[in-house]
Each structure stands twice: as structure tokens, then as C-alpha cells.
Write a protein that binds this ligand. Structure first.
Ligand code: HPA
Ligand code: ZN
Length: 354
């Protein structure tokens, strides 16, 4: 448990998570277990000593040097997922942990192109994750949303093919998928590589988000907005462009900030460099998220507690963060009202005690 006096308050505070890669929930234990069960060969420890054991892999996760260094482990980790039930179990294990951490609504990413590249069918991936979401809704009372991500290290053609496949299944219209995002390597590939796909999706009214301003400068954020992104994933480098920051405040664009991820990937050198205070002071709306909890040393509550330890926020500030997380969610007005009511009820208990 963390050292903050607010731990119990933070645990019970009704949360929304908007930045969580389901494949980022592959713990070293699960990677070794599924590799064995599914007969998938992990890298030879002779050439990559991190794969010697669960312990050595866990230790290696403490020393990522950059986003791309992390991504090489992340793509390797997901290679042990073969069957629909593997995807379901992975998703449900995340939702169970999120529920324990006080998450009431979760919008989660997945990266089909990477699985397709190693021969897994779109239907296997989507049906598996959908079953995990349904189980979480029924057994835990969570509301969930699946957001499909394009990955920037693969050619645009493969994203276009995936997009067409999702459209052919009517998956955006029938509620199977709720939005589109992009992720993976930021600096390197063209900033606007999904211009065509985002224009098409915008015209269809598909909600759009994009990883931007994590390692890349603020022009990655402005390009994402130009292409139609309604939310920005990470976005911490926004503070380098005050004019763009004003626009984001004015347009009430939500940033999905991931503090422990930023530290582990060396986007900042310590947690107090994540611009939480600057965003609060400027009126930038943001939510706090775990990104890839199995790789970055913590789930959502660990991120809330780490922020509290670094910034000593007040009940009122936490209330605003929780409320902004609800208003930036891709759910019905009715569900938003319900979630806001739960936050109000929770905060009141503590304000009376304070
Ligand atoms: N950034 C970009 N792509 C990702 C990340 C991230 O933090 N996590 C998983 N894919
Ligand atoms: Zn991410």
C-alpha cells in the first residue's frame, strides 16, 4: 500500500480508465505460462538473457531505455496469445484488477495488426476480447469500450486492411468496437500517416483518439487534432506549446496521462516532472491511467497514489480529475450521470470527515 494519507479515499474514488493496452497486461508469469501451454518458443536466453526466467524478465522491465526498447518486449510478450480464450482470459484478468482498484468504466486498446502479422485471425482476437468485456460487464458491473489501435511501426496498408475488415463486419455500427486509436513508435514514421483512415472514420462518426506528445514534440499533438482526434493519449509535451495548450483547454480535449509509464520509458526523469500541476493550473482536462501495467510497475490505483505522493492534491482536485474522466468518456449521458453521482457520494463521505 502507498504511504499517502489519501490511499483509502483514492481506492474508493470511482474511476474511469481510458488508456490501457490489453496486451500491456501480459505479466512475465503469464508470458511464460502461455508459452508453455501454447508451445510458443520465447527468445533464446543465450542471445537475450532477459528471457532466462520470470525474475530476469521482470528485472529487465525496470530498465527500459525508450518507447521503442519497451515495444520490442511488448510485441514479444503478446506472441504467446493464440486462442480466443487466451484473449478473453487476459482481458478479464485486467478488468478484475481494475474493478478492485475502483474502476467503474474502462475504455481499452488492442493492436490487431501485430497479432494478424503472426497469423491470428481478426475474429479470434476480437471475439476473445469482446467475451472478456461482456464477462466484466455481467460479473463486475463495469461498463467497457473496445478501441482498436493502428500501429505506427507497420505499413499503412496493413492498417487500411484492418480498417476495411472491421467495417466489413459492421463492428463500429453494431457496437463491437467503439473507436479508433493509433499507438506504437511515435518519432520516425510520418506524423499524419493515417490521414486517409481518420478522414474516413471521422465522416462515419467513429470516435478517434491518438498517442501523441509522449516522446514526440507538440506538433505530433496538433497533427493528431488536425486529423480528427478527439482525445490525446499521453500528451505530456503539450506544456511546450502554450498556444496549443490554450486550444486544448478551450476545446475541452481530454489527455489520457500515464504517469508511471512516463517514468519507466524515460519521457520524464521523475514522477514530479509529469505536468500534473501545470495541467491543473491551466485547466487542461486529463485522466490518469496505467497504459501497460504489467510492464510499468503498477495498475491505475498505483498511478493515482504515485501522483498523490508527488503532488499532494486536495479532495477538490481529485474530485475534478474524477469528474473530468467521466465527462471525457465515450459513454451515454445517462451513464455519465450515474458515474458523477457515485463520485459525489464518495467525496461527500470524506468531506464530512475532513
Ligand atoms: N506508447 C505508444 N504505443 C504503445 C504504448 C505507449 O506508451 N504502449 C503500448 N503501445
Ligand atoms: Zn499507450
Amino acid at each position: 500500500m502507498c504511504q499517502t494519507k489519501l490511499h483509502e479515499f483514492l481506492q474508493g474514488l470511482p474511476k474511469c480508465e481510458h488508456h490501457l493496452h490489453l496486451e500491456g497486461c501480459m505479466t512475465p508469469q503469464l508470458i511464460f505460462q502461455l508459452a508453455e501451454r501454447n508451445g510458443v518458443k520465447l527468445p533464446d536466453p543465450e542471445t537475450n538473457p532477459a528471457y532466462e526466467s520470470i525474475e530476469t524478465l521482470t528485472r529487465r522491465y525496470g530498465h527500459f531505455t525508450s518507447l521503442d526498447d519497451f515495444l520490442s518486449f511488448y510485441f514479444q510478450g503478446m506472441s504467446v496469445l493464440l486462442h480466443e480464450s487466451d484473449f478473453t482470459d487476459l482481458a478479464f484478468a485486467y478488468f478484475k484488477k481494475a474493478h478492485e482498484d475502483g474502476v467503474h468504466h474502462a475504455e481499452v486498446f488492442f493492436d490487431p495488426q501485430v497479432h494478424q502479422q503472426r497469423g491470428i485471425a481478426y475474429e479470434t482476437i476480437v471475439s476473445g476480447f469482446v467475451a472478456g468485456c461482456k464477462k466484466a460487464e455481467q460479473e463486475l458491473g463495469l461498463s467497457t469500450r473496445l478501441i482498436m489501435c493502428f500501429v505506427r511501426h507497420l505499413p499503412v496498408d496493413s492498417a487500411q486492411k484492418l480498417y476495411e475488415e472491421a467495417l466489413a463486419y459492421n463492428h463500429f455500427e453494431n457496437g463491437t468496437l467503439h473507436g479508433l486509436g493509433w499507438s506504437s513508435s511515435e518519432v520516425g514514421p510520418p506524423k499524419d500517416m493515417y490521414r486517409e483512415q481518420y478522414a474516413s472514420a471521422s465522416a462515419k462518426g467513429i470516435p478517434l483518439t491518438a498517442h501523441a506528445g509522449e516522446e514526440g514534440d507538440p506538433t505530433y499533438i496538433s497533427t493528431a487534432l488536425e486529423l480528427g482526434a478527439q482525445r490525446i493519449d499521453h500528451g505530456i509535451r503539450l506544456v511546450e506549446d502554450p498556444e496549443l495548450m490554450e486550444r486544448i483547454v478551450h476545446e475541452e480535449i481530454l489527455l489520457t496521462v500515464c504517469p508511471l509509464s512516463n517514468v519507466r520509458l524515460r519521457c520524464v526523469s521523475a514522477l514530479d516532472e509529469v505536468p500534473i500541476r501545470k495541467f491543473l493550473d491551466a485547466g487542461v482536462k486529463f485522466s490518469i491511467n496505467s497504459d501497460d501495467p504489467a510492464y510499468f510497475g503498477g495498475y491505475i490505483l498505483d498511478n493515482y497514489c504515485a501522483v498523490q505522493e508527488a503532488f499532494q492534491l486536495s479532495f477538490r482536485e481529485w474530485r475534478a480529475i474524477a469528474e473530468n474522466s467521466v465527462s471525457g468518456s465515450w459513454v451515454s449521458e445517462e451513464r455519465k450521470k450515474e458515474l458523477l453521482g457515485r463520485i459525489d457520494e464518495h467525496v461527500r463521505k470524506y468531506e464530512v470527515e475532513a
